[in-house]
Every structure is written in structure tokens, then in C-alpha cells.
Design a protein around this ligand. Sequence first.
Ligand SMILES: NC(=O)c1ccc[n+]([C@@H]2O[C@H](COP(=O)([O-])OP(=O)(O)OC[C@H]3O[C@@H](n4cnc5c(N)ncnc54)[C@H](O)[C@@H]3O)[C@@H](O)[C@H]2O)c1
Ligand SMILES: [Fe+2]
Length: 380
Amino acid sequence: MDKISMKTDIYLGQGTLDRLMEWRDRRIFVVTDPFMIKSGMINMLFERLDDSNEQYIFSKIVPDPPIEVVTEGVETLGEFQADLIIAIGGGSAIDAAKAMKLFAYKILNLQEIQFVAIPTTSGTGSEVTSFSVISDKEKNIKYPLVDDHMLPQEAILDPELVKSVPDFITADTGMDVLTHAIEAFVSIKANDISDALAEKAMKLVFKYLPRAYQNGNDLEAREKMHNASCLAGMAFNITSLGLNHGIAHVAGAKFKIPHGRMNSLLLPYVIEFNADYKPGYGKEESNKTAARYAELSKSIGLSAPNAKSGVRSLVQAIKQLQKQLQMPQTLRECGVEEDLFETMKVEIAEGALQDGCTATNPRVPAASDIVEILNKMYRT
Ligand SMILES: NC(=O)c1ccc[n+]([C@@H]2O[C@H](COP(=O)([O-])OP(=O)(O)OC[C@H]3O[C@@H](n4cnc5c(N)ncnc54)[C@H](O)[C@@H]3O)[C@@H](O)[C@H]2O)c1
Ligand SMILES: [Fe+2]
């Protein structure tokens, strides 16, 4: 039985940061990263908070937030006796705040904390999902957490906040959006509602990501990408993700590659794997997935006279987009040494099989399939 709940109120468009003016008499725990402080962008938040509020700023968030930072955040949150968390930053700040809220509830029994998420990148869709990804930096492992308690009450999508994102981060995070949309569309849990969200997100990415990359001040492109990120988040909150994210979580942590870039490197090869016919993998199933990819191709105006050529068109369009965004197309180009890659690949394949995202992939992979995908991604 499918059930879809939309718990988060979404304020979208230019000027929506003004929504913050409506919070009064709160003890606000602000979770952010050092960039927001150094750049002065955090003042956009403080200018809008009423004097009746008390604030504590926790700004120790780093990309791929580690467990220790989350633990420190939980303690501080408890001591400060916050009744509202505002997470402002990229996916890392929002994910860290979500994990803090969850552990404050489980460990400190803090039940009534409200939560507002304000993304400053257009990538993870974390502002509307029950997912959070936390890292163990010593073991180089990422742990995806899934719990509805982490869903924000409110998300504020103001494109003004993304104008300062540098082009290469725009590219990485934009490809994360595309991967969310495509994985949601072919997930074994996909339905008509998630399809609509994923398809629209994908259309927006192909149309507006190159523009946002070329000119960060193109506010229309920024706004569309911010909405695309949220739409893709809503889609995969229904369907979960797939093998692409399963591998990216493990490989990204091992090779220290940003999340969106890792997804982008894998995407063509995971699509080819999912759509491929191999002995032992039912032809009908593979054709069904291939036909789904072809549907996506058609929706962005690519040639797809049959499923096979639809898949080929989609893969080519993704590679073309990567070139437009001047992104690496192999892991080798990212500077990963061949010896390290060879030592790690079986461990990565085994880790990816255990990752929760892999469970909703349309094709069940064996470790050897994942090694093959990794080999192609390393040097194709
Ligand atoms: N919760 C989910 O559903 C979900 C989904 C996908 C990925 N993730 C996780 O999210 C994290 C990645 O998040 P991300 O891709 O948004 O990157 P990020 O939050 O790690 O930020 C990347 C960099 O961009 C900078 N930055 C952020 N906003 C900026 C701005 N407006 N201007 C200039 N610089 C800015 C940050 O300071 C940081 O250096 C990873 O840990 C990933 O595993 C979570
Ligand atoms: Fe992602």
C-alpha cells in the first residue's frame, strides 16, 4: 500500500527568506557552515529575526558531516534548550541538523523542537526528505539515516542564497539533482506521483543547469534549479534511490570525492547496467527499465524510437551535459591513483551491496557487476 505524506511547508521564490520575520519568542539553534559566517551571508538571516528571539550559532559543519560534530551539536542544543532549529547551508548543514534533532529526541528526549531548513545549494533536496548522511571520517564510511522525525516543518527556497555558489559546486550539486530524479523514476517503489515530480525535476535540470553554471547571477536559472532540487527530493522521499547512490556513498567516502561529482561519474554506467540484458537477469525486466529510461529521454525531446536507443540517447545527453559543465568523466581524471582504486574496488562493491539505497534499484546487482561498473567509471 503506497502512502504519500507531505509534511514540510515549502516557501519558494525570491524574497521568501522574509518568512523568518514571523518567528518570535524562540530559542533558536542555528546550524550552519563556516562559509556562511565568513562571507557574511548569515546576516541575511539575522536581519530578519525579531529581537524577541534568542540565538545560538553552531557553525562547525564541514562537508560530509562527521559523527563527532553531530554529537557536539546534540549536547549544545540540549544545554541551550532550543525550541527551534534553523539549518542554513548546503546538504551537509541540513543533514547535520537533522541528525542532531533525531539524536536529541532519542537520547535527550527533546520532543518539541521545530525545524526550518534553508538550503544554500541546489542539490540534495534534504529540506524535504527523511534522509541524512553522516560520516565516520576515521573509517571512511558514510551512514545514511532514514527517519521521519528528521523531516523539517518548513523549507525556505530563496534563490538569492544560491547566487554565490561557485560554478564547480553548481555543477556537482546539479548532477546530484539529476541522479535523484533518474533513480527515483526507475526505483522499484516509483508510482505516478513520484514520476511526475522526478520527470519535472529532470526537465528543469537539462534546461537550467547549464545556465546556472555559466552565470551564477542568472536568478531565473538559480530559482529553477532550487525548485528542481526540491522536486527531486520529494520524488526520492517517496521512492528512495538506487545503486548509483549505493555506490556513491561508499566510493565518495573512500576517495574523498564530493557527493554530486561521484554520482555524476557513475550515472552513465549505472543506467547502462540497469537497462542491459544479461543471462540470469530477465529480459522482460531489463526491457521494462530500459523503457522507463526511454520515457525520460522522450520527455526532454531526445530521440527514442525504441527502448534501446532511448537509453543510448539519455546516456549521451548526460555525457554532453558533463562536458558543458566541464566535469570529470572518469575517476582517473579526479586524481585517484590506480593502485588505490584496485585495492579498494572489491570493498566498495561489497559496501554498496549493503547500502540502503541499493535495495530499491530496479536490477539486483552482484558484487562482480559493481566492480565492472567501477572499472568502466575509472578509465572509460
Ligand atoms: N539528506 C539527503 O537526502 C541527501 C541527499 C544527497 C546528498 N546528501 C549529503 O549532503 C552532503 C552534500 O551536500 P551539498 O552537495 O549541498 O554540499 P555541502 O553542503 O557539503 O557544501 C559544499 C560546499 O559548498 C559551500 N557552500 C554552500 N552554500 C554555498 C553558497 N551559497 N555559496 C558558496 N558556497 C556555498 C559549503 O561551504 C561547502 O564548502 C553530503 O554529505 C551528501 O552525502 C544528503
Ligand atoms: Fe544525492
